[in-house]
Design a protein around this ligand. Structure first.
Ligand code: CS2
Length: 490
């Protein structure tokens, strides 16, 4: 038996499920990038909206690459299980907000038609940092990107996220429909502004008039999104099937915590997000900095250093006292002083809760998963704060340790001499830089700091930055991550 509309009533009574009439729900949002994060976060808020009777806000979810999600969820009528895991046990809930799933490369016309439907007033995105085809150091559109070149050559068959947005907006305008609002839900700095910048630029490269339209008429509110969601494993699938008494081809797992802060700028209209716990604010920046630097900055540091020290998960890394101490010192001494704490936030309690979330023993969030795509993550997670502190003449030794951990990691060789499966759009370049430099820490630091897309031109030119990063890297190469972290936090 498989989870679907027809089998919903046969679920055990303990499993929460949609109690609304799914057939009456209408698609009001198209989402690009219907992966695990979307399904544990935005889709759950949408499910709450539908349950509260706001029936115009179901989601049509699209994958931009792989057909896997659609193949798993199509036979299930878009239904899937959310497993919320904590030390206190697991709670399962079936989510009904995904009305339809599409696969962009298989049928781009169907996706563009969905995005052009006048009932759709929001197009949201979680396509990961690299999906925006921007230069991570400057935030500008990477005009040399293969997908952008392709989308300029055949704009009516777009394959990049910015290409899809531009073509759908053009079609809506041609049909006389109001534009949708673009809602970015990725961990980018000033995410709305960044997506707006690349979308406007691409529209302008297509034609000046379209560029002016996107510039003048389309809103790109910024957001801060937060919920930890490890990749689903076969063990999770088996566990969920046993509890449901039926198969679910692709359940998703998450922690209990969830937060969504959204800039309240939706000229095309929006659901009553505040009714389901979304914080609607005028300025997201303080929330975004707090989250990217305290959570993601610490997460990436733990991922590289923990992986090197032989830890499979974040919880395992946090169980080692020096690593937990590093998180505390990084957050308290170097990151917090760079923040404007959002009004109403108790920052000490926020950090305390964060560290508890990292310790969640039930989550099994792999260090290798978080280590992915470091070239796209480092600038907003670690380097922005480093720049501000260097400008103020302040110490950066804990931030620099995360950066050095990343450098050691992208050499592709672990501490036992085995290979590391480095996943990064720049992996080949990083590996070539590392191989060319050999194991001399100064040459290695110098070679990797030369990757401008990550470090820009200012950081490599700052002797203080280079000195502290190379000193950490020397220790990582000579003594390994565990001993280095212990020495730095002592
Ligand atoms: C993580 C994030 O994989 C990663 O890089 O740092 O996905 C993190 O779990 C989320 O941002 C939490 O909201």
């Amino acid at each position: 038996m498989r989870l679907s509309d027809a089998t919903l009533s046969r679920l055990p009574a303990t499993i929460a499920r949609p109690r609304y009439d799914r057939s009456a729900a209408k698609v009001g949002m198209v989402h690009l990038g219907v992966g695990a994060f979307h399904r544990v976060h935005q889709a759950v808020y949408a499910d709450d909206l539908l349950a509260a009777g706001h029936m115009d806000w179901a989601i049509c979810g699209a994958s931009l690459r792989s057909p896997d999600t659609s193949q798993a969820l199509d036979p299930q009528d878009g239904l899937y299980t959310l497993g919320v895991r904590s030390g206190a046990g697991d709670e399962l809930r079936v989510i009904g907000a995904l009305k339809r799933t599409l696969v962009a490369p298989r049928d781009p016309a169907a996706l563009l038609a969905a995005m052009t439907d006048p009932a759709v007033r929001i197009v949201s995105l979680t396509v990961t940092e690299k999906g925006y085809c921007h230069d991570p150091a400057t935030g500008e559109l990477d005009e040399a990107h293969a997908d952008i070149a392709a989308d300029l050559a055949t704009p009516e068959r777009p394959r990049s996220a910015p290409g899809l947005l531009v073509e759908a907006l053009r079609l809506r305008r041609a049909a006389g429909f109001a534009p949708f609002t673009v809602l970015c839900c990725d961990n980018l700095p000033a995410n709305g502004e960044t997506v707006g910048r690349v979308t406007r630029r691409l529209a302008r490269l297509r034609d000046a008039d379209l560029g002016a339209y996107v510039e003048g008429d389309v809103a790109f509110p910024s957001t801060m999104v937060d919920r930890i969601a490890p990749a689903t494993t076969d063990a999770d699938r088996a566990f969920v099937a046993a509890r449901l008494g039926m198969e679910d081809a692709w359940p998703v797992m998450a922690e209990p915590f969830s937060q969504w802060v959204v800039e309240d700028h939706f000229p095309a209209g929006r659901p009553p997000f505040e009714a389901v716990g979304v914080e609607m604010v005028a300025d997201v920046a303080p929330f975004e900095h707090m989250k990217l630097r305290l959570l993601n900055g610490a997460h990436s540091s733990l991922a590289y250093l923990g992986y090197l020290a032989g830890c499979e998960t974040i919880a395992e890394t946090m169980a080692r006292a020096p690593f937990a101490r590093l998180v505390e010192r990084l957050q308290d001494e170097e990151m917090t002083p760079t923040l404007h704490v959002p009004p109403g936030t108790d920052i000490a309690a926020y950090k305390h809760a964060l560290r508890d979330r990292f310790r969640n023993p039930a989550l099994r969030h792999r260090t290798w998963q978080i280590a992915m795509d470091g070239s796209q993550k480092l600038p907003q997670r670690l380097l922005a704060a480093a720049r501000e502190r260097l400008a103020a003449g302040a110490d950066i030794r804990f931030i620099a340790l995360g950066v050095a951990g990343w450098m050691r990691y992208v050499t592709g060789i672990d501490e036992a001499g085995g290979p590391i499966d480095v996943r990064d759009p720049l992996a080949a370049r990083l590996r070539a830089a590392a191989d060319g430099a050999g194991r001399d820490p100064h040459r290695l630091a110098e070679a990797l700091l030369g990757v401008r897309d990550i470090f820009g031109v200012d950081l490599p030119a700052d002797p203080r930055f280079k000195a502290v990063v190379s000193a950490h890297l020397a220790s990582l190469l000579a003594r390994g991550a565990a001993a280095t972290v212990a020495a730095v936090v002592a």
